[in-house]
Design a protein. Structure first.
Ligand code: DX5
Ligand code: ZN
Length: 211
């Protein structure tokens, strides 16, 4: 499968966000990963739909919006209206029935829909909803902050998932040139990376090394 690289803007310089997006786009990024945190589901607060609306003007790349928030169904519409192309919710925050309902709505609007699971959440939790979604986002850190160390248990999870799921498998947290190899071997094909890409002196080199 084609490997897609999704720089996470959590590690970007927010005083220059538009320039940062243009920089990763020019360096060959495939998606822009946008981390939305509410201070409830995770112990950090980041950005809302208003920021998505403005960064939409800065790049042609699809905006991959990762909702680390409680009650995501309440806010999905606002993030779609703001210009999101892909929406990810956490399985820890929604019921299977709700995922089914959201998948119908998002499909009608041409939005790709994914479900994420925390390091401590087993694959069995998402099995019932795999038929409703376009991709799975495997967390390889506990969500909340950029720059954390990769949790190795994610590898087994990706491998188990790849055996039963043929669509995109994304991985998020602690991705660098070393861990990228491991997750690709295990079957992941979308790599979200924040500190490794935005902390690099040579952005293009960093993106190519992940690919
Ligand atoms: C973590 C976020 C990640 C994070 C990745 O809660 O969902 O997308 O920004 O950052 P790095 O690549 O630095 O681990
Ligand atoms: Zn993320």
């Amino acid at each position: 499968m084609k490997i897609k690289i999704a720089p996470s803007i959590l590690s970007a310089d927010f005083s220059n966000l538009c320039a940062e997006l243009k920089k990763v786009e020019a360096a060959g990024a495939d998606l822009i990963h946008v981390d939305v945190m509410d201070g409830h589901f995770v112990p950090n607060i980041t950005i809302g739909p208003v920021v998505v609306k403005y960064i939409r003007k800065c790049t042609k790349l699809p905006l991959d919006v990762h909702l680390m928030i409680e009650n995501p169904a309440k806010y999905i519409g606002a993030f779609v209206n703001a210009g999101s192309d892909m929406i990810t919710v956490h399985i820890e925050t929604v019921s299977a029935a709700n995922i089914k309902a959201q998948s119908v709505k998002l499909k009608a609007r041409g939005i790709k829909f994914g479900v994420s699971l925390n390091p401590s959440t087993p694959i069995s939790k998402i099995k019932p909803v795999l038929k409703y979604i376009d991709f799975v986002l495997v967390m390889s850190v506990n969500p909340g902050f950029g720059g954390q160390a990769f949790i190795i248990g994610a590898i087994t999870k990706i491998r188990q998932l790849r055996a039963i799921f043929k669509k995109d498998i994304a991985v998020d947290g602690g991705i660098n040139d070393v861990t990228a190899k491991l997750v690709k071997e295990a079957g992941a094909n979308v790599l979200a990376a924040g500190s490794y890409i935005f902390g690099a002196k040579n952005t293009k080199k960093a993106i190519n090394s992940l690919r």
